[in-house]
Design a protein around this ligand. Structure first.
Ligand code: ZN
Length: 512
């Protein structure tokens, strides 16, 4: 209720002061899950390539860390880093929800239980869709993956009866799914063409039945699903790119058919980049062999000193029950000597690590240790650069992400429409946290509180960006381990009051 009051107060005062809005009456965001920017070209993705030529290609775009789906969906929705939104991993250990193992943060059961124990603050901030609805705008969300739920999840207290969130085959409000009459499809075909096509048709058909709302978001499962299963740049992965390109074409064609293409700003964005798996890890088994009580799943309620290991692909999260500092130090020292460790992040300061706040993942439920795995620029069999060890059930040469590798954390943004420059490449840093503030600006709705992201004003026709040039900093941490020296770095860029994470990695060298 507090949030609602603040939003309404802000909205009314802004309305009174004649808040400047963009020219577009509609904003459509199409998410290509896992789309790397270097895959955009005339052959792979002709529609997206053409859209970039008509609008702006954001050359230096950034995901937030962890560079995974749910974390970046939340960053797009809230305009904020995980430390403010509350979601830092696709999988997290939330003992209040499940004391025995990790939870998928986007699963309906997790979300409902999370909202129950936090009085509807499972996400600690209002989402873009919620803010727009409170300002009297209509929104429609359609996703081929459960992640779409996070955009507009609350069943109770909805201010817009017609605003529907479709995630997989369910909806909020729950009854709305009956009107969509979704045809059957097999979830997770590779490429997942049929499912993405069905959801696209649901959006541009029954969900846009009366009219195209002020804000629509379509979350496509490709190319992520196929890149995980078949690897980057494979024949199947190229088909998956084409599948998302065809769905983008369907959306654009519908806007043209309705005569509103020139009144619509279209964003194509990805949640994260991608890497090739060089090696498969089991961090829990490794720690167990080293004498720690580590597990991916507890057989009974844990006791102090037990360690829950939660794999998130390119990053492993370690939760130490009881937070014993001696045990945590011992584990960090062991990890610093391993060839799979990239950047080691800890809740409390420890020599040779960065604290969680450095990458903005210091949430209330954060792990004691997070290890972003060590990446290289090595190419896979298809010649695609970027490789990474992986803590998951996937195998070598399949695809993965979630690390601080530049191949994971640099992702795609292209925007075109009446508010955007035409045929322009933006070399300035931008990020997924900039989506919400930019959409709010275009639709003339003020943010209820300051977001971490910024309005991408340099790319707008109305833009008057006078920010000083971006400044890049590199942070280092080292530790003498006796026979070797551990070193890790983190590179960040500051621009226009916003911080972007560029990359981080680590290694140990024999002591000179
Ligand atoms: Zn994803």
């Amino acid at each position: 209720m507090r949030v609602l009051t603040i939003i309404l107060a802000a909205f009314l005062s802004a309305a009174a002061s004649g808040y400047a809005a963009g020219k577009a009456e509609h904003v459509v965001v199409v998410v290509w899950d896992g789309m790397r920017p270097d895959f955009v070209n005339e052959t792979n993705t002709p529609t997206l390539y053409q859209l970039a030529r008509e609008g702006v290609f954001f050359q230096n775009h950034h995901a937030v860390f962890l560079s995974s789906t749910e974390v970046n969906a939340t960053a797009m929705a809230t305009g904020c880093y995980p430390n403010r939104s509350g979601i830092l991993g696709n999988h997290e250990y939330r003992p209040q929800i499940n004391p025995l193992t990790n939870v998928a943060v986007e699963a309906l059961d997790t979300v409902r239980k999370g909202d129950e124990i936090t009085h509807n603050h499972y996400l600690q901030l209002p989402t873009l869709a919620e803010i727009l609805q409170h300002a009297g705008k209509k929104t429609t969300i359609a996703g081929a993956k459960p992640v779409a739920l996070l955009q507009d999840r609350l069943e109770q207290g909805r201010v817009c009866a017609d605003c529907v969130d479709l995630f997989e085959r369910r909806t909020v409000p729950a009854a709305a799914v009956d009107k969509l009459d979704l045809p059957a499809f097999t979830p997770r075909d590779i490429p997942n063409t049929r499912q993405d096509e069905v959801i696209t048709h649901a959006l541009i058909g029954p969900m846009w039945d009366k009219d195209v709302p002020a804000f629509s978001l379509l979350w496509l499962s490709e190319p992520d699903a196929t890149q995980h299963a078949s690897g980057l740049g494979t024949a199947k992965a190229l088909k998956a790119l084409k599948s998302s390109d065809d769905n983008l074409a369907r959306v654009l064609k519908e806007l043209t058919a309705r005569g509103i293409r020139d009144k619509t700003d279209v964003f194509v964005i990805s949640d994260h980049g991608f890497s090739t798996i060089s090696r498969v890890l089991n961090v829990a088994a490794f720690l167990k062999d080293a004498g720690f009580n580590a597990a991916r799943e507890f057989k009974q309620p844990p006791v102090n000193g037990d360690v829950m290991v939660v794999g998130n692909g390119g990053t492993a999260l370690l939760y130490v029950i009881g937070h014993d500092p001696k045990l945590i130090h011992k584990m960090v020292e062991l990890l610093q000597a391993q060839d799979f460790a990239g950047v080691i992040l800890t809740r409390e300061p420890i020599e040779g690590t960065f604290t969680l706040d450095k990458v903005r993942i210091n949430t209330p439920d954060a792990p004691d240790i997070a290890v972003s795995l060590r990446w290289t620029r090595d190419k896979n069999d298809a010649g695609i650069p970027g490789s990474l060890p992986c803590e998951s059930s996937l195998g070598v040469n399949q695809g993965i992400h979630s690390s601080l590798s530049p191949f994971d954390i640099h992702n795609t943004l292209i925007a075109a429409g009446p508010d955007f420059q035409k045929g322009w490449v933006d070399h300035l840093p931008s990020g997924n946290i900039d989506l919400a503030p930019t959409v709010l600006h275009i639709l003339g709705v003020p943010a209820p509180e300051r977001m971490d992201g910024r309005v991408l004003s340099e790319a707008l026709t109305s833009g008057t960006s006078k920010s000083p040039d971006p400044v890049t900093h590199t942070f280092d941490a080292t530790r003498d381990l006796g026979t070797s020296v551990w070193q890790q770095y983190l590179r960040v860029t500051e621009f226009g009051g916003t911080t972007y994470l560029d990359e981080g990695n680590g290694h140990s060298e024999p002591r000179k």
